[in-house]
Design a protein around this ligand. Sequence first.
Ligand code: UTP
Length: 236
Amino acid sequence: MKHKHTVQPSTLIISVGGSLVAPSEGIDHAFLKDFKKLVSKQIKKGWRFVIVVGGGSTARQYQEAARKAGKLTRDDLDWLGIHSTRLNGHLMRTVLRDVAYPVMIKDPTCELKKWKQPVLVAAGWKPGWSTDYVATRLAKRLNAKIVVNLSNIDYVYTKDPRTNPDAERICEISWKEFRKMVGNEWDPGMNVPFDPVASRLAHQSGIMVAVLNGKNLKNVDDLLNGKSFQGTMIGA
Ligand code: UTP
């Protein structure tokens, strides 16, 4: 099934999964180049973007190494993740430097009066959640009704499709049902399509999340052009 989101160019909050920027094989410069192309093209049509960047394998590698080296608190693990998201965020901001606000946002509640550029890049904030939460906070603050969550999956599935051959794809799901799947608890480095803490905030704030595969940027372009796109709508 394909979705159609009626759109007028405005400000779009995009959470870019770190797995797209920093997959385990190394930094994906081709993705960054293509993403820049898409953003530049859509800016000309009137879109503004808030891009929140995740930690990907950078976060996972550092967290794993620290876990192996000794006992650590959950907050320590989260901070390693946060710094990874900030490194990837700086990379994104540098790639988009011609169109981006010159400061990468670490705190989604910070002063934004001087933000005039078409793009704002943000990354991890505090322990206890992922960049999904930062994206949702920014969406709430900017009165956006949708967060586009780009990762490396085409849809949300009923179970992890890598380990469950009977997993079924989900095209639309309510927050109530989705939150039953992901639970309420945050675990550093957890791998869910949208984190439980961010899900709670989005649910309470009436924000929808569109989960799309960021490897298929044509699909993202379709969403921005008001054409039908593939993915999972949460909270529609
Ligand atoms: P990500 O947002 O990348 O989380 O943050 P993720 O969902 O695990 O990964 P991808 O990018 O979608 O694959 C990486 C880690 O950084 C910490 C968490 O430990 C998270 O797992 N983090 C991030 C925080 O503690 N707070 C934040 O605000 C952001």
